[in-house]
Design a protein around this ligand. Structure first.
Ligand SMILES: [Zn+2]
Length: 302
């Protein structure tokens, strides 16, 4: 019986993960594939084909809804993608309408960070708070501002794009079209170039285990702390959630980063008063979150 489940997709720059999610967030039929299998040419059509094949195999009876998290900005109505740096062909694509027409079932799309927040809030039992800031450090730097339990989307629906604030003195070309964006230097891309430059040929998973106190890694963490502190100084959060593939790496120096961020905040013990949460499952969280998000959007519908 799948008609009580949601087909949930976590679209990443590198991997696409999908599965059937039940009301409580449990996943069945989890799959992971390279995003390059569909995102190179006519991406929306090919992604649709892939979803159709999956549904034929895993949910022939249909699903309650389809829910998708994208690594980019979604318009305020959550129907159209505004800007997806890793899949520029989808910029401006009315994804929800196109897929709803094709599958004849409700389709929800949103920024992947929103999905991750839904999953973490349930799994970590996060308390209601005035200001929650989320930082997901994966391929890019995902960011979310939640005010009194409500996601702050902004006038155009593109608020909280902290990964795209400019870093002084940097000029690398970002997928968003601008130069010197923070996420090029303090998320996945920055980590890859750091490894290639300073620790070529080493097991990437051991970066923090072997080199955490060395200058290149410290500089990386300093920039990340600076970017996080910038938003925290402006919004004075009571709760902070961190997650993403880099935070889930072995020996990620969570306490060290927290100390670096706290040292930059206004007020001596502000960092101590903040409730910090850390999401550690970077593999399935986006899929579970997309499912939970859909159930939330569907309301009490059975
Ligand atoms: Zn950018």
């Amino acid at each position: 019986m799948t008609k009580d489940k949601v087909l949930a997709l976590d679209i990443g720059g590198t991997n696409t993960r999908l599965g059937l999610v039940g009301r409580g967030g449990a996943i069945e039929g989890f799959r992971r594939l390279r995003s390059s299998e569909w995102n190179q040419d006519r991406p929306l059509e090919r992604l649709g084909d892939l979803m159709e094949d999956y549904l034929k195999q895993e949910a022939p009876g249909g699903v309650l809804a389809i829910s998708m998290g994208f690594p980019g900005a979604v318009d305020k109505t959550c129907r159209t993608l505004v800007n997806v740096p890793t899949i520029p062909e989808l910029d401006g694509a009315p994804v929800a309408d196109v897929l709803e027409e094709r599958f004849k079932t409700p389709v929800f799309i949103d920024n992947d960070v929103v999905m991750l927040y839904f999953q973490a809030a349930q799994e970590l039992n996060m308390p209601q708070s005035e200001v929650t800031l989320c930082f997901f450090i994966g391929t890019g730097l995902g960011n979310l501002i939640v005010l009194d339990g409500k996601v702050h989307v902004g006038a155009q629906g593109i608020a909280a794009e902290l990964g795209h604030i400019p870093v002084y003195g940097k000029d690398g070309l970002c997928g968003c079209g601008n130069r010197g964006c923070a996420e090029l230097y303090c998320a996945g891309h920055g980590m890859v170039s750091l490894r290639n430059r300073h620790y070529p040929g080493e097991d990437p998973d051991l970066l923090f285990t072997l080199h955490v106190n060395e200058a290149p890694v410290q500089e990386y963490l300093d920039l990340l702390a600076q970017v996080m502190a910038t938003e925290m100084i402006i919004l004075d959060p009571d709760t902070v959630l961190m997650g993403g593939g880099i935070v889930a790496m072995p020996d990620f120096p969570f306490e060290m980063l927290r100390a670096k961020v706290s040292g930059r905040l206004r007020g001596r013990d502000t960092g101590e008063k903040i409730r910090w949460f850390r999401a550690t499952d970077a593999q399935r969280a986006g899929v579970a979150g997309a499912g939970l998000y859909a159930f939330n959007r569907l309301g009490g519908a059975k």
